[in-house]
Ligand binder design. Structure first.
Ligand SMILES: [Zn+2]
Length: 498
């Protein structure tokens, strides 16, 4: 590398004292952002962030232009950490610092005692090293047990004894995460989980550049861009964040789940591990839609806790599991093409249940039950998207007349196709899914099974636990319910005082 290796060389280079000195981290972020927007105003500022172009991204740009510390408020799985990490794309490719300095000192104005002494002693021979953008990003998940020592530092008596320093001298400090993020970006996730005392320490070092460690005052005028994330309810809850710290956070930016099914599918497709080796894969659009709708309906479902949200990781993990189940089937039957079916979505329940925090009502019913219901509703809505108003009477009749077909999720395509062709009126309906008799058996079976699952979701045909499709149960006549009056709740809560 042709970069200057000593302080003397550095002075003569583009990394001049004049340039570095007035350029704090937030100036650097701002300048590089402006340059990026100037070059192509329509290009995405942060690559790989989908669905935030008109909402979150403009607010982040404004925060950076304003040189703010900022916080992202949002539920889990809304790409908060990803956005924060993407900020490194706005840092210079190289940043010189005094080689060996734990807190990445500016060669022209070191703040740690070691470097000050080094520059005095060696002058222009002081060795210089460089940081990449990734070196300059420090991330910490806040938990109640994070200490001042973790975050800011600790007095290290051994260091003191070895170096012959007095305790409390800067030479005896073992630096924590924040000083190590000096001249970079420090991200704290779930900020409200940080103990009040630690928030005070954090604030002091931001505001005054000094902090007490074990009673010793330590001065560290750091240069750090601070960014945070939090769950909105935790953040706004009284007393969770100390006021002076809240005051120092320039912008509060709300994130959100994808606004449309299409955006959700785009994110899931980008994130899920779908490119497996060895097998050709075709994920039908209706399978993607069903998976995405599970997340969308779960976010609306009152059996599921709204405060914790339903992460985008649900459809992502689900997609991966769905593909794996289809892959397993293909391997068993020696099929070359992997085409997921709705049966694979039911088989992917292990990738769904753990991502839902249930409310009391949901707990009572059990996670399995809640998830089956979500899948079934997702199938029903997706089916309507393609077949609303289509005449399916002939197919329903085939079952009503005693027809039965078993479609295990492990059933091979060729064999299954034979049986499905026996259902009158079924295969010609697949034209609505752009599937015809010339398509591969794997594709035809998946499409036909989707139609049957759709009819089942609408309770027009039945299906048992062995995945045998058969005639639907005739709905019982609505019984009279003499003991329940629907116009009144069972008990009237007393009217609360205002
Ligand atoms: Zn230093």
């Amino acid at each position: 590398m042709g970069f200057p290796r000593t302080l003397g060389e550095l002075r003569q280079s583009p990394f001049s004292e004049q340039r570095l000195h007035s350029r704090r981290v937030k100036d650097e972020l701002r300048e590089n952002l402006i340059a990026k927007i100037k070059i192509r105003s329509d290009a995405p500022v942060f690559s790989g962030i989908v669905g935030y172009d008109d909402t979150v991204v403009p607010q982040i740009i404004n925060a950076i232009l304003s040189r703010h510390n900022f916080i992202l408020l949002g539920l889990r799985g809304q790409a908060k950490s990803r956005i924060l990490r993407a900020l490194t794309s706005l840092l210079d490719p190289q940043l010189p610092y005094i080689a060996g300095c734990e807190i990445h000192d500016d060669p022209y104005s070191p703040i740690c005692r070691r470097c000050k002494e080094e520059v005095t002693r060696r002058g222009d021979d002081t060795p210089i090293a460089y940081l990449t953008p990734d070196d300059r990003y420090v991330e910490k998940l806040a938990t109640p047990d994070v200490t001042i020592a973790d975050l800011i530092g600790d007095i290290d008596p051994i260091k003191a004894a070895r170096g012959g320093h007095e305790l409390g001298s800067e030479m005896t400090v073992h630096y924590g995460l924040l000083p190590r993020a000096n001249r970079g970006i420090f991200a704290i996730n779930e900020l409200p989980d940080l103990a009040g005392k630690i928030q005070v320490g954090l604030f002091n070092i931001m505001q005054e550049g000094d902090v007490q460690i074990k009673g010793y005052p330590i001065r560290l005028p750091l240069d750090v861009a601070l960014v945070f994330s939090a769950n909105p309810e935790d953040y706004t809850a009284r007393g969770k964040i100390i006021t002076p710290l809240k005051d120092r956070i320039g912008s509060e930016i709300r994130t959100h789940y994808p606004a449309s099914l299409e955006e959700g599918i785009a994110i899931t497709t980008q994130e899920a591990w779908v490119r497996r080796d060895g097998y050709e894969l075709h994920v039908p659009k209706y399978v993607q839609e069903v998976i995405e709708r599970i997340a969308f309906s779960a976010r609306e479902d009152k059996k599921i806790d709204k405060r914790s949200g339903v992460s985008q990781r649900l459809p992502i993990s689900c997609t991966e599991n769905v593909i794996s189940n289809a892959e397993r089937r293909a391997i068993r039957h020696g099929e070359k093409l992997v085409v997921p079916r709705i049966g694979d979505v039911y088989a992917a329940m292990p990738a769904i249940t753990g991502k839902l925090e249930l409310e009391y009502e949901g707990e009572m019913k059990g996670a399995d039950h809640v998830v089956r219901e979500l899948i079934r509703n997702a199938v029903a809505k997706t089916y309507d998207n393609y077949f609303k108003g289509a005449d399916m009477q002939q197919i329903v009749q085939w079952f009503d007349l005693g027809g039965e077909i078993q479609l295990a999720d492990t059933a091979g395509a060729t064999e299954a196709l034979q049986s499905l062709r026996g259902i009158q009126g079924l295969m010609e309906k697949l034209v609505k899914l752009n599937v015809g008799p010339k398509d591969k058996p794997e594709t035809q079976v998946s499409a036909a099974e989707f139609v049957l699952e759709g009819l089942h979701a609408h309770k027009r045909i039945g299906r048992n636990e062995e995945r045998v499709f058969k005639a639907g149960e005739k709905p019982p006549k609505p019984a009279e319910k003499p003991f329940e009056r629907e116009d009144q709740p069972p008990y009237r809560p007393r009217r609360p005082f205002n």
